[in-house]
Design a protein. Structure first.
Length: 486
């Protein structure tokens, strides 16, 4: 029996649809640049069976991968569920067998000991392979043409951790990937495993370190010399999990920690900096300049996720769940363990966005991300009463000059993560910005494309889907020569 009528976690535009889609030649408007050769890959989650617990985290829904494949000015769309062992076990049972987000104690006995990952966070192409990533498991390998799940990745058996981050970083000069996994010594464990994998997919270095307390460590930043590990606020423990609670709680009494590890060093050489509590989820960019490490990141003031409850039982505070583009400066020579923090723009931003990854380990100017432009209209008659709760614009934030230019998506539209697509041979920021918009007027999804250097001129093209696309967490552009595309 499949009954979604009691499910609260995903409704309206994001209510489960459970289909897998194929459109061989999509409807478009405007002009699709013929230079675009590759695919905009997206990964997100949708429950194939309703969650066991009504108040579960949406982050616990089944991975669904999709691609907009661009070639010769034409676009095709495809989407498939990621066939994790968990998805297959549920399908066999005909019902949800798995309990709360990252709490195996709440599962049905039938799936005891099974890999629980839903592979729903980031599509990632590396060394000729396409992977579906989530921070509580190893990557699932995806065929870039059919989007079928074809295996798992452990780098020839050399990757010695149980988890692989949703946000590996690739050094734009050497092509090396830095990856890691937290809780690598077991559930609620205090160890992080870090690996370096060269551009051919060979693991060349790994190490481990202990954290001051166990927390979400969702993203890192990379410079030519250092790896930066931020975490804060979220807490877990075996007691908590055995009590049947969702994996993470939020503890307002904690401090923020940021670890800096020299590239290639052993885990014991990590240096911890400490600061006031923030919600530190994603990063944008970092660099090492002399004795300083400088990072730009979109940290929130407080708990971003309403479904990870405050451990003091205080209600979730919407006004603290605001992200700002910040610059953090660390002085490696200083004896102090603090950092300097500046807010670079007064506009609250979405904490997922893009940089020009061709220059990831170099000094950079541009961050592309979504925000709510309150000066723009929302068409209540057609789109519903969503004013103020939608991401209607992408901005190009120049972190050197403080200037921002933006693209408005439409008066019934809300945008998912911005993706940057580089133009061959171009300087930093030359290319396109694209991302999927929910159009609440027609209840359909549109891929919106703009010239990254002319955002204020608005979208130059759209790919119009005749339905709501499966939800997205992260998206990425994969160039036609990065994967064995047919
Ligand atoms: C995040 C997303 C996740 C997750 C943990 O954006 C953190 C942060 C989509 O899954 O499991
Ligand atoms: Fe993420």
């Amino acid at each position: 029996m499949v009954d979604f009528s009691k499910m609260k976690a995903a409704q309206g535009f994001f209510a489960p649809q459970r289909y897998e889609a194929d459109i061989f030649d999509c409807e478009t408007s405007g002009s699709i640049p013929s230079e675009l050769d590759g695919a905009f890959m997206r990964l997100g989650g949708e429950w194939y069976y309703p969650p066991k617990f009504e108040d579960d985290a949406i982050l616990n829904s089944d991975g669904h991968v999709s691609s907009f494949r661009f070639k010769n000015g034409r676009v095709s769309y495809k989407s498939r569920f990621v066939r994790t062992p968990r998805f297959e076990a549920n399908l066999k049972a005909g019902a949800q067998q798995f309990g709360y987000y990252r709490n195996p104690f709440t599962d049905e006995p039938s799936v005891k000991g099974m890999d629980r990952t839903v592979a729903n966070t980031t599509p990632f192409a590396f060394a000729g392979r396409l992977m579906a990533l989530k921070e509580d498991g190893l990557p699932h390998l995806i065929d870039p043409n059919t989007l079928e799940t074809v295996g798992r990745e452990n780098w020839g058996g050399k990757y010695k951790g149980p988890h692989f981050t949703a946000h590996p970083k690739v050094d734009s000069d050497t092509g090396e990937m830095i990856a890691y996994g937290n809780e690598s010594n077991g559930l609620a464990g205090d160890e992080v495993y870090v690996a370096t994998i060269d551009k051919t997919g060979r693991l060349t270095h790994d190490t481990r370190f202990k954290v001051p307390y166990v927390s979400i460590m969702h993203d890192i930043a990379l410079t030519d010399k250092h790896i930066i590990f931020p975490f804060a606020g979220y807490v877990t423990s075996m007691e908590r999990l055995k009590a049947g609670k969702i994996h993470w709680g939020w503890d307002n009494s904690k401090e923020s920690y940021i670890g800096i590890l020299p590239r290639g060093a052993e885990g014991k050489d990590i240096r911890w900096f400490k600061g006031p509590l923030r919600c530190m989820m994603h990063t944008f960019h970092a660099r090492t300049v002399g004795n300083k490490v400088i990072m730009e990141a979109p940290f929130y003031d407080g708990n971003f996720f309403p479904f990870f409850h405050n451990v003091d039982n205080s209600p979730w505070a919407r006004d603290k769940a605001k992200g700002y583009l910040r610059r953090l400066t660390f002085d490696l020579n200083s004896k102090h363990d603090g950092w300097k923090e500046e807010i670079l723009f007064p506009t609250p931003i979405v904490d997922i966005g893009a940089i020009d990854r061709r220059y990831l380990t170099r000094d950079q100017r541009y961050v592309f991300t979504g925000f709510t432009d309150d000066t723009k209209p929302f068409n209540v008659a057609q789109g519903g009463n969503l004013r103020g709760r939608i991401t209607n614009s992408y901005g190009r934030f120049d972190v050197k000059s403080g200037q921002m230019v933006s693209m408005f998506a439409g008066e019934t539209h809300s945008l998912a993560e911005a993706c940057f697509v580089p133009r061959k041979g171009g300087d930093e920021g030359a290319g396109w910005v694209m991302g999927v918009a929910s159009n609440f007027a027609n209840m359909n999804s549109e891929l919106v494309i703009a010239d990254a250097e002319r955002l204020s001129e608005g979208p130059i093209a759209r790919v119009v889907l005749p339905f709501r696309a499966a939800p997205q967490v992260h998206g990425t552009w994969v160039g036609g020569n990065e994967l064995p595309f047919a």
